[in-house]
Design a protein around this ligand. Structure first.
Ligand SMILES: [Zn+2]
Length: 483
């Protein structure tokens, strides 16, 4: 028989812990007795989950799991007639829910309503088997599991090395990551506009039930692709259209926003979206301008820059949906401006999702045991069922060592930061919520510009600031970082 203590020890290997799990018994077998069977089409998450289990099995036991003494069977509910799956229909986020169910003492059934669910079942079993496999003996828990995620989407906005991180995130049942980059072809007047995504990694991620989501860059960056040279009429009018220079991007025309009232903008966006759709993606994240700015023409002034940018994306999406009816968009609201977001939210079609990031210090409310991140406008819409994602919890908060591993320059001293982000260009951004100081030693004195990045005195980043440490922030010019 199986004791509660044994069960508890086994459960300690699970991250995240399933919503409902009990292990009342286990079987001990020789590795050659165990077989893994798949009831699914090739190429999807079910087969991926089975392949990951087979790899683990082979690595730990040296045997191929093709035995007949004990079967682990994976397949969606429709293919798994032997188990009652009605419970799954009632669960939140049911397309990601799954069951693990023993049939007697010689079979374990892993099933879900969709392939995503079955993949998660495989990952739970993977974690349970990992400590229990050896060349001599295999222990298989006869686990009863019913599991589902509380949140539909879980993941990271910026993260390093997607090729290794996506499998690692998916193994923890995280299912979202912002694509590292979308390549936009230089804009030429009268020519088709092209945007290229990382198709290979997108498909690989999808097999792991992971949405590696492409995006269309902040509209105030489009001059970098020749937008205003090709179409001068799209340049936002007047001084107010300048969104300002970033310390990290010292050239260019100060990030002029486009005149979003001109229907030509929506047409260009539609061409990019359609191109992304033809590459197999069914969704794209659409980034509004990142900082406050306003085209000075009469139409833009009346409606508001950000309202018109949102409308341009929606118009582009509606055009693309004539050919790709399942194609979806989500709108990325910049956190450095809240200009007329109330208007955007009021008029946005219900299917369009909303996302935002990096508002940690703006909207943090002290609360025990964990601070709240509160925004009355977004919280209101969220309570009405609007799909809103926020990427405000810094990845590095519990893991300063991570910064040390990624920083381009040697790091000395104790890291007092609360978070980091901006991995999209191999970059690292660190936030400092507590008193402390950071001294950057530039490789060459003329590269000292980076030290002004926070508006602090040269050479000093102080509490409640943030600063970049990667190539996009000029970290190639830093010799050493001292905390
Ligand atoms: Zn305008």
């Amino acid at each position: 028989m199986f004791t509660e203590k044994e069960e508890k020890q086994w459960l300690r290997h699970l991250i995240p812990l399933p919503q409902e799990i009990s292990i009342r018994d286990a079987v001990r077998l020789h590795p050659r007795e165990v077989g893994i069977r798949v009831r699914a089409q090739p190429g999807g998450p079910v087969q991926q989950g089975a392949a990951e289990l087979e790899e683990l099995f082979a690595a730990k036991t040296g045997a191929v799991p093709a035995g007949r003494g004990f079967e682990i069977v994976l397949g969606i509910a429709a293919a798994q007639g032997e188990v009652d799956t009605r419970r799954l229909q009632e669960l939140p986020n049911k397309e990601q829910a799954y069951l693990i169910h023993p049939r007697g003492r010689n079979r374990l059934v892993l099933t879900g309503l969709s392939e995503k669910g079955v993949y998660y079942a495989a990952r739970t079993l993977y974690q349970l088997l990992e400590p229990a496999l050896s060349p001599e003996q295999v222990s298989i828990p006869l686990a009863e599991v019913v599991d589902w995620p509380d949140m539909e989407e879980r993941g990271l906005w910026n993260f390093p090395d997607p090729k290794t991180w996506i499998p690692a995130l998916a193994a923890l049942k995280l299912n979202y990551g912002k694509m590292a980059s979308t390549e936009v072809k230089r804009i030429e007047r009268g020519q088709q506009n092209r945007a290229f995504i990382d198709r290979e990694l997108y498909q690989e991620a999808r097999q792991r039930a992971f949405n590696y989501l492409p995006y269309i860059l902040h509209l105030n960056f489009l001059h970098e692709y020749g937008l205003f040279r090709a179409y001068p009429e799209l340049a936002g009018k007047g001084e107010g259209a300048l969104a300002g220079r970033y310390f990290a991007h010292k050239q260019g025309d100060q990030h002029r926003v486009p005149c979003a009232a001109n229907p030509l903008l929506a047409q260009i966006l539609a061409e990019w979206m359609a191109d992304i759709a033809t590459q197999g993606a069914d969704e794209v994240s659409c980034w509004l301008s990142e900082r406050p700015a306003q085209c000075g023409c009469a139409s833009c002034t009346a409606a508001g820059q950000f309202v018109l940018e949102a409308r341009a994306f929606v118009a582009a999406w509606q055009a693309v949906r004539r050919h790709y009816s399942d194609f979806r968009i989500r709108l990325f609201l910049s956190t450095t401006t809240s200009e007329r977001y109330y208007k955007i939210l009021a008029e946005l079609p219900a299917q369009v999702k909303i996302e935002r990031a990096c508002a940690t210090e703006l909207e943090r409310v002290l609360h025990l045991p964990r601070d709240l991140l509160a925004n009355p406008l977004l919280d209101h819409y969220s309570s009405q069922g609007r799909w809103i994602a926020s990427y405000d919890v810094p990845l590095g908060a519990p893991h300063p060592g991570f910064c040390r591993a990624i920083a381009q320059a040697p790091v000395q001293g104790r890291l007092w930061h609360a978070g980091l982000g901006c991995q999209s260009h191999g970059d690292l951004r660190v936030q400092y919520p507590r008193p402390g100081r950071v001294v950057l030693e530039p490789a060459r004195p003329q590269r000292g510009g980076i030290r002004h990045s926070l508006g602090d005195p040269p050479g000093l980043w102080r509490s409640r600031g943030s600063g970049g440490m990667g190539p996009a922030h000029g970290a190639g010019g830093i010799r050493r970082v001292r905390f």
